[in-house]
Ligand binder design. Structure first.
Ligand code: PEP
Ligand code: MN
Length: 337
């Protein structure tokens, strides 16, 4: 931590700041310049609140040098994390596709869509059985029956399953049917659930909250990692801004930023990021070009009848076309898809 003192700080205030730093357990290194004095404080703990120093009289600014996310950060883990689950690698050279409907709606629907997902060469079937809906009057998901249908459809097509968990008491039941637990944007800071998912031996797909900073996303991942589960996949799915022409604002820059700050894989979800079908392909292409380790894409063969998120679902024909475009982009940046 670097503490910059005010120009004409009194000796008394300087001493008080130094003593306070020592009392917090820091080793201090003072550098006195012509105009300014700077104190380097070594030994900052991950949970140290820098505001304790910032509020002191005579302090101009405080900068934290080390990151508070020790396990999610690259500082102590330089190599990329490559998750290997049942033979599917996430975070390696191959870009993984997690595709399927927003919600599992009935047996025919999930079977037809699973076939298309498999045909496209994707590895993972997505689909919600427990849905976080803005309105309590909207379709809330099929629950356990939806999980059973999705598991069967995935197994018949040699696919893995990713599905959302919304609360702690669903974990054991969903565990029986899923390969990857999805934590939705609205639950990114459901800390008690993150702790419980830290004890699970399956990968966790952690979506960025609608108003979460990337540091908050990495701290949420830290909850899972510090409770024992190393297999966390991050997901950029758009954030809330003042823009109204898109459902969310797709923060593409999150991808290179996360890659720099963290060793964890990051995928992108252009479906929820834009909310409209015609905007999904271009943002999917952009995400692959930006270095995403995977994509989550919603598809539906009868989107006008979909029980959730129909307007953002790609039709199978458009989805298959998109996949062939993404393959070219992947090849251009030395990856496969
Ligand atoms: C979903 O994947 O269907 C979903 C609800 O996503 P998000 O949490 O990103 O809104
Ligand atoms: Mn959806």
């Amino acid at each position: 931590m670097i503490i910059i003192l005010e120009n004409h700080i009194s000796e008394e205030n300087t001493e008080r700041i130094e003593k306070t730093l020592v009392s917090f357990g820091f080793q201090i290194h003072k550098s006195v310049g012509v105009e300014r004095t700077i104190i380097g404080a070594v030994g900052v703990k991950p949970n140290f609140d820098t505001r304790n120093i910032r509020v002191m009289e005579g302090v101009a600014d405080v900068y934290r040098i080390t990151t508070p996310y020790k396990l999610a950060g690259r500082d102590f883990h330089e190599e990329n994390t490559v998750i290997n689950y049942k033979g599917v690698e996430i975070g390696g050279n191959k870009i993984v596709m997690m595709s399927g409907p927003c919600s599992v709606e009935n047996e025919g629907q999930i079977n037809r869509l699973a076939e298309i997902v498999a045909k496209s060469g994707a590895q993972i079937l997505r689909g919600g059985a427990f849905k976080p809906r803005t309105s309590p009057y909207s379709f809330q998901g099929m629950g356990k029956e939806g999980l059973q249908l999705m598991r069967k459809a995935a197994d018949n097509n040699n696919l893995l399953v990713v599905t959302e968990v919304m609360q702690n008491d669903q974990i054991d039941m969903i565990y029986k049917y899923t390969d990857i637990f999805q934590v939705g944007a609205r639950n990114m800071q459901n800390f008690s659930m993150l702790k419980e998912l830290g004890k699970v031996d399956k990968p966790i797909l952690l979506k960025r909250g609608i108003a979460a900073t990337l540091e908050e996303l990495l701290m949420a991942a830290e909850y899972i990692l510090s409770n024992g589960n190393p297999n966390v996949i991050l997901c950029e799915r758009g954030i809330r801004t003042f823009e109204s022409y898109t459902r969310n604002t797709f923060d593409l820059s999150a991808i290179p930023v996360i890659h720099k700050k963290s060793h964890l894989p990051i995928i992108a979800d252009p479906s929820h990021a834009t909310g409209l079908r015609d905007q999904v392909p271009s943002m999917a292409r952009a995400a692959v070009a930006a270095g995403a380790d995977g994509l989550m894409i919603e598809i539906h063969d009868e989107p006008e009848k979909a029980l959730s998120d129909g307007p953002q679902a790609l039709l199978p024909v458009n989805y298959l076309q998109l996949i062939s475009e993404l393959q070219l982009i992947a090849q251009a940046i030395g990856r496969t898809l």
